[in-house]
Design a protein around this ligand. Structure first.
Ligand SMILES: [Zn+2]
Length: 350
C-alpha cells in the first residue's frame, strides 16, 4: 500500500495540522493522540504525515525560526521508506476482520520496546481504534499507562465514544472535520479531471469525505443513496414486513450500516432545511428536491430532530458487536412513527 503523503498534500484540516506542526517544532510531541472525526476524511493520512515529518532526516530549514521546519523533505531515506510502507519505526494497525485483537497489540508492544532504527521516535498508528476488542483494549491500556520512551501512539476513530474512557483520558484529542465543499470542489476538479457539475454531485454525495470522493463513481454513489431512500418511502415504512426485511441488506456490515445512517442523516438534514428554507440550492440532495419538499410538509421539526439525535447516539456509542440490523430497525421505527403514524399536528400527510 502506498502511503505517499505530507502535510502539504492533505486537503483541509488546517487546525489539526497546526497543532501537530507546533508539537513537532517545539519538541513537545505527546505520547498518545486520538484523531477523531467522520470516517474517510483524512485522519489516517494526517497521522502518517505527522510521523513522516517527525522521522524526516533532512527537513527544510525555516529561516524565520532558525530551526528545521515542521515539514517532511519527501526525498530522504526515511521519507522514501514511509512512502513505500517499509519504515521500521512506524507500525500501522488495522482491524483483523471486524476486530483489533490482542495479538496485534502484543506485536505493537514488542515493536515499541526496541530502540528506533532510523529516527528518534517510534510511531504506531491504530486505524479504527474503536474496533479494539475488550482484551486488546485492556492490554493497550497498559501501554498507555506506561508509554515506552520516545514512542508516539495515534488512535484513529470515527466513534471516540466507543473507546474505553480510561483510554480516551490518556490521549491528546485532535478533532477533524470534513473539508468544506469550497475546498473539495477545486481539489476534485484538479485531481479527478472532471467537470464542475460532476465534481459538485460527487462532493455532495460523498458528504465531503475525501477518501470516498477521490475514488468513487458518482453514478454508484447515487444508486446507493437511492436504495437507502427507497427504504424510507412512507409506504415501505408503514408496512411491517417491508420494514423488517430491508435492514439485512442495508446493514450487512458495520461499514454498510455507517453509510446507510450517514445517508439517512443527510436526508433528514435536507428535510429540515426544506421545512424552513425552501431554496433547493441549499440542499445536498438537490436532484430530488421534490421528494424532500414532500417530507418537509409532513414531518415536524421536533420529529426530525428526535430522529437525528437517535442516529447521532447510535453512530457514536453503539458497540461494534451489536446486531447491525437492530440498529437500523430502531432508526426506521423512529421514522415510521414520524412519517406514518403521527403526522405533525396541523400538517396533512401527502
Ligand atoms: Zn525526509
Amino acid at each position: 500500500m502506498s502511503l505517499e503523503t505530507s502535510f502539504e498534500m492533505i486537503l483541509g484540516h488546517a487546525h489539526p495540522k497546526a497543532i501537530l506542526k507546533a508539537a513537532l517544532a517545539s519538541g513537545r510531541v505527546a505520547h498518545a493522540y486520538v484523531f477523531h472525526g467522520e470516517a474517510h476524511i483524512g485522519k489516517f493520512m494526517t497521522a502518517v504525515a505527522f510521523a513522516k515529518t517527525g522521522l524526516c532526516a533532512d527537513p527544510p530549514f525555516d529561516q524565520s525560526s532558525g530551526r528545521p521546519a515542521p515539514t517532511s523533505c519527501n526525498c530522504c531515506r526515511s521519507c522514501r521508506a514511509i512512502d513505500s510502507g517499509s519504515h521500521p519505526d512506524i507500525r500501522l494497525i488495522r482491524p483483523d476482520g471486524a476486530q483489533i485483537k490482542i495479538d496485534q497489540i502484543r506485536e505493537v508492544q514488542d515493536a515499541l520496546s526496541y530502540k528506533s532504527l532510523i529516527g528518534t521516535r517510534k510511531w504506531c498508528v491504530i486505524d479504527d481504534a474503536d474496533a479494539l476488542n475488550p482484551e486488546a483494549a485492556n492490554r493497550f491500556l497498559k501501554t498507555l499507562e506506561e508509554p515506552p520512551d520516545h514512542s508516539v501512539l495515534i488512535l484513529i476513530t470515527a466513534r471516540p465514544q466507543a473507546l474505553l474512557p480510561t483510554i480516551r483520558s490518556r490521549c491528546h484529542a485532535v478533532r477533524f472535520h470534513p473539508p468544506s465543499q469550497q475546498d473539495l470542489l477545486p481539489w476534485l476538479q484538479k485531481h479527478r479531471a472532471i467537470a464542475p457539475t460532476e465534481a459538485q454531485l460527487l462532493a455532495a454525495l460523498s458528504l465531503g469525505r475525501i477518501g470516498i470522493a477521490a475514488e468513487a463513481d458518482p453514478a454508484v454513489l447515487r444508486r446507493e443513496r437511492d436504495r437507502v431512500l427507497e427504504a424510507l418511502a412512507p409506504e415501505r415504512l408503514g408496512n411491517p414486513s417491508d420494514l423488517f426485511n430491508e435492514p439485512e441488506d442495508l446493514a450487512a456490515t458495520q461499514e454498510q450500516l455507517s453509510k446507510t445512517l450517514d445517508t439517512i442523516e443527510i436526508w433528514l438534514r435536507d428535510v429540515l432545511i426544506g421545512r424552513h428554507l425552501p431554496e433547493p440550492s441549499l440542499l445536498i440532495n438537490q436532484d430530488i428536491h421534490d421528494r424532500i419538499s414532500a417530507w418537509s410538509r409532513t414531518v415536524s421539526t421536533d420529529q426530525i430532530l428526535e430522529a437525528l439525535t437517535l442516529i447521532h447516539l447510535l453512530k457514536r456509542a453503539a458497540p461494534r458487536n451489536i446486531n447491525h440490523a437492530l440498529v437500523l430497525e430502531t432508526v426506521l421505527l423512529e421514522l415510521r412513527d414520524a412519517v406514518v403514524r403521527e403526522p405533525a399536528p396541523g400538517l396533512k400527510p401527502n
